[in-house]
Unconditional design. Sequence first.
Length: 536
Amino acid sequence: MTTTSHDSNQGPRIRGFIDIGTNSIRLLLVRLNPNGSYTTITDQKEVVRLGEDEFVTHRLRLDAMQRAVLVCRKFAELARYHGAEEIETVATSATREAKNRDEFLKRLQHEAGLDVRVVSGMEEARLVYLGVSSGVHLAERKALFIDIGGGSTEIIIGDQRQYYYLNSLQLGAIRLTSLLLPDHGGPVSSGKYRKLQFHIRQNAVYAIREAQKHQLDLGLGSSGTVENLAQIAARALVNGETRSDEVLRHADLKQVVRLLRSLPLEERRNVPGINPYRADIIIAGAAILDTLMEDMQLSEIMVSKRGLRDGMFVDYLSRTEHSYLLEKMSVRRRSVLQLARASGFEEEHAEHIVRLALEIFDSAREERLHQLGDWERELLEYAALLHDVGGFLSYSNQHQHTYYIISNADLLGFDQREITIMAMAARFHRRKRPRRKKHPEYRALSKRVRRIVRVLSLCLSLAESLDRSHAGLVEHVHLKAHDKQVTLHITCSGDCQLELWGVRSHQKRVAEAFKRKLELEVLNLNASCAIDTSSR
């Protein structure tokens, strides 16, 4: 029975999610805290080939069931060792199509203590959508999701909030290899590959027609097959240079297909970037992706490491008191808030810094002190929320710890450039301003990105100084530009001499960034407090 509520006074709860796929079994083990933050305890995968020969015989082999039961038992023991209150387990294509699936399910119940839910193809597609969409920033963009498994391929069309189309095709890397490439030990001829593509088109015709009806903004690919093809493209097609495996171009995929088809299995296992355990089924998986990208007119796809097991967690979260995290927040803000809460940040202070930093940014933009836009503003907001997360490690060098944490956190919905900007802005929010000579990580940035970091870190520095006492005394702040100076108008509700002293320490940074001298003008809503606005 699924838990749907939780007393916030209780401690964290541990939840396990197991996905029994046709090729592999995955475990996601999560600690969910009362404040809504969560920590991934472990995310494991074992290849078991449950669907080996099944799509020819329509039965699960005894040795395949034995491998699957053994892995599931070990995963269940691991989850229970960590205190999992419940382990939600689903099985997909290989299990739902097997004539002897009841025998397999009874063994899982008896030997691993798992009550397994066999999901339909449509439910599998829905869970894939939840898992992938919850980890990417789509906003209003409409995406085509492609998840290639061992027995089926899930096709979804959706945006950040909802899906518009779900389909599960009987196309998978193991299925097609068994049916159409049984002699996969040798090279695959052009003729065999064309027959493979013809079979794929026959099975995917309605999904392709549906995709052609929509104005798609991007493609998203998930599953081990897609990840591995991107890794091969990143390593096997270049000479010594580093290449990202986060995006897979269709032109590169075609080169990968030609390379893999030309090699016998043993040589295929040695291709740079390939997972040797996937070498025998990778051509069939590549053919599915190649055909769908061609017919759905996708020049490239973003590669997601998320999938059905993540969708299981999102689906579970939606049934708890923390569902507001999914309903009212973007992927990006939810991910940032999750990191901040897991780090034990001072939430009221951080939200106050966000408001002040954005007021400084907005008024500076109005006065044309910088030319940054909404994208940079959003990154400033998240950097402000995270600016103190390094404090739980150590107060000294807190800013450096913060930089490391943001840089290495699994922040969903952001690309690496955005993460770098946020980490840098937080890194330099104290008195030390970024210098190319002294800070090699800053020197490595492009000129444009360095400019962004300088402005954002300055806004954050001023905001942090304006709440130095953590008392929320400064209620509003506004910049006004003049010919030779910029005036910081401050509205406060008490004696904010400590905050003013902190702001004055940034006069040199303001002069460098805005080419003007900094002056302060203070409106104290508590008239009994005297304010010294001198710039000494």
